[in-house]
Design a protein around this ligand. Sequence first.
Ligand code: WQD
Length: 337
Amino acid sequence: MKNILITGGAGYIGSHTAVELVKAGYRPIVLDDFSNSDPSVIERVSEIIGQKLICFEGDCNDKSVLEKIHAEYPLEGVIHFAAFKAVGESTVLPLKYYQNNVGSLTVLLEFMQEKGIKNIVFSSSCTVYGQPDKLPVTEETPRKDAESPYGNTKKICEDILVDFVKSKANVRVVSLRYFNPVGAHPSSKIGELPNGTPNNLVPFVTQTAAGIREKITVFGNDYDTVDGSCVRDFIHVMDLADAHVKALSYLDQKNAPFYDVFNVGTGNGNTVLEIIETFEKVNDLKLNYEIGPRRAGDVVKIWADTKKINEVLGWFPKYSLEDSMRDSWNWQKSLAN
Ligand code: WQD
């Protein structure tokens, strides 16, 4: 059974990926410093997979922790989620983002090279595209200047991985450019757990529905879109987790290139107001929302061209937007218990 290190594995996408890795016959080994995740997630994932999820508490900037893990569980691959991800905070504390998001990747790659660990899947983001001139975006769409230090760390990390592969470091890399992850595991045992006030739309929606937030502010409805609100490609976190499993097995294929990059989205765009409407319809409730001013740095519309991941990885989304809205709400309700 292959040991796969999941840095940030107690986080939203990492925890769902751990579940899918076990289903695919891997042994996930979590490394998390719990700076932006809750240790209880480890127990909840263990309940879902029916076995103890192996977890080490620590910082992937600390090579000694990585070496300790490898000594106990010889690693055959890495999925690197660990990163700070709050767009707004990154503009206030850029050095914290560069040191952590970029610094930890360089430590990890050095460790992998020293130990002969060949495969890494990197958690990138559609934010590298900025506001695309043409939609849907393909992997060949030129990356643009990032709207935030957070987005810039994703671009820099992709460049580091390309240069590392070019240096004949004998590492094989897949970067996955996520669109907007939403939803939760159908068991409602794991889901998105934002610290403090949510930055992202759907946790704000679920917390408003739960009465934790008084109302949702829609950041602008005067954009050039079908209803004036921004368009995003909202992808169920379970589909996103499955994409990581497929990327890992792709890296084992002899004919796989040493570096590859894939968009991971549904291929459909939905507006903010459509999210609110869908959430209300699927969950049979009314949400309190108002239209407010635009949010600085927001991309107006973006959604993925998924031809490449469909054809090369054989990956297709299985969950609908309705599933995402239902699973998000069931997860939020479970938190009240
Ligand atoms: C989506 C839309 C908002 C909140 C960012 C990062 C991306 C990834 C996900 C980390 C926008 C609108 C939001 C609210 C609103 N990062 N909105 N009211 O900005 O597309 O992507 O988060 O994993 O890399 O770039 O996601 O959910 O913040 O916003 O109207 O209270 O919802 O204006 O149009 P975003 P988001």
